[in-house]
Design a protein around this ligand. Structure first.
Ligand code: DGL
Length: 219
C-alpha cells in the first residue's frame, strides 16, 4: 500500500478554505497542511514585486517544513504572478488558481461576463491575456474589489458585515437594465478564493440572478 500524499494548500488568508474543501472531497485520504499568510494579508493591496519577494521564499520554507507531494496556491492574487517562479525554483508539482474566464465565457448566453477579483488580480497581465485568448466574443468587465476579501474574513470570524458594504463591492459587476435586458451581465467569475465564503449573501444581494463561477471544484 502506498502512503497517502501530503498536500500543502496556501493562501493569503482564509479564502483557500473554499479550495481546500473541494480537494478534501476529492482526496479524503490525503494529509493536509493549510497555511494562511495572514501577516501579509490582503495580498491585493501589495505590489507585484513585493508579492513575488514574499511568496517565493516562503513557499520554499513551507516545502522544507512539510515535505508536501503537491502544493496548491489557492490564491488568484498570488497565482497570477508567482507560478512560473515557483516551478523554476522547486521540483514539487504546483497547482494554481487563476480566474475562470474560459468556462465563464463559454457558458454566458448574453455574452456579457464580469470578473470580480482583487485590485491586483484584475491588473495582472496574466488576467488580461486570459481575456484576449478566451473571451470567445464576450464583453468582459474587470472589477477590482478593494475590500471584499477583508469583508469575507470578517464575516467568517463572526463580525457583522453590512449588506450595504457587500453590495457596494458587487455593483460594478452588474451591467444592464435589469433581469429582462438581453444584454445584461449573466455570469460573474469569482476570481478570488475568499468570495465563495460569502456565496449566500452574493446570491441574495445580486440585482438580478447570475451564474457565479467558482473554480474550486475544477481545481
Ligand atoms: N484569496 C486571495 C485571492 O484568491 C486574495 C485575497 C487577498 O487580497 O489577499 O486572490
Amino acid at each position: 500500500m502506498t502512503a497517502p500524499p501530503t498536500i500543502l494548500v496556501f493562501d493569503s488568508g482564509l479564502g483557500g478554505l473554499t479550495v481546500l474543501r473541494e480537494i478534501v472531497r476529492a482526496r479524503p485520504d490525503a494529509h493536509y497542511a493549510y497555511v494562511a499568510d495572514d501577516a501579509f494579508f490582503p495580498y491585493g493591496h501589495h505590489g507585484e514585486d513585493e508579492i513575488i519577494a514574499r511568496v517565493v521564499p516562503l513557499i520554499g520554507e513551507l516545502i522544507a517544513a512539510h515535505k508536501p507531494d503537491l502544493v496548491v496556491i489557492a490564491c488568484n492574487t498570488a497565482s497570477t504572478l508567482v507560478m512560473s517562479h515557483l516551478r523554476e525554483q522547486y521540483t514539487v508539482p504546483f497547482v494554481g488558481t487563476v480566474p475562470a474566464i474560459k468556462p465563464a465565457c463559454a457558458s454566458s448566453k448574453t455574452k456579457r461576463v464580469s470578473v470580480l477579483g482583487t485590485k491586483g488580480t484584475v491588473k495582472r497581465e496574466y488576467t488580461r491575456a486570459l481575456i484576449r485568448d478566451f473571451s470567445q466574443g464576450c464583453e468582459v468587465t474587470l472589477v477590482g474589489s478593494a475590500d471584499l476579501a477583508s469583508l469575507a474574513e470578517k464575516a467568517l470570524s463572526g463580525e457583522a458585515v453590512s449588506d450595504a458594504a457587500i453590495s457596494a463591492e458587487l455593483a460594478p459587476c452588474f451591467i444592464g437594465n435589469g433581469a429582462s435586458d438581453p444584454d445584461r451581465t449573466d455570469t460573474v467569475v469569482l476570481a478570488c478564493t475568499h468570495y465563495p465564503l460569502l456565496m449566500d449573501r452574493l446570491v441574495r444581494l445580486a440585482p438580478w440572478p447570475v451564474d457565479w463561477i467558482d473554480p474550486a471544484p475544477a481545481i
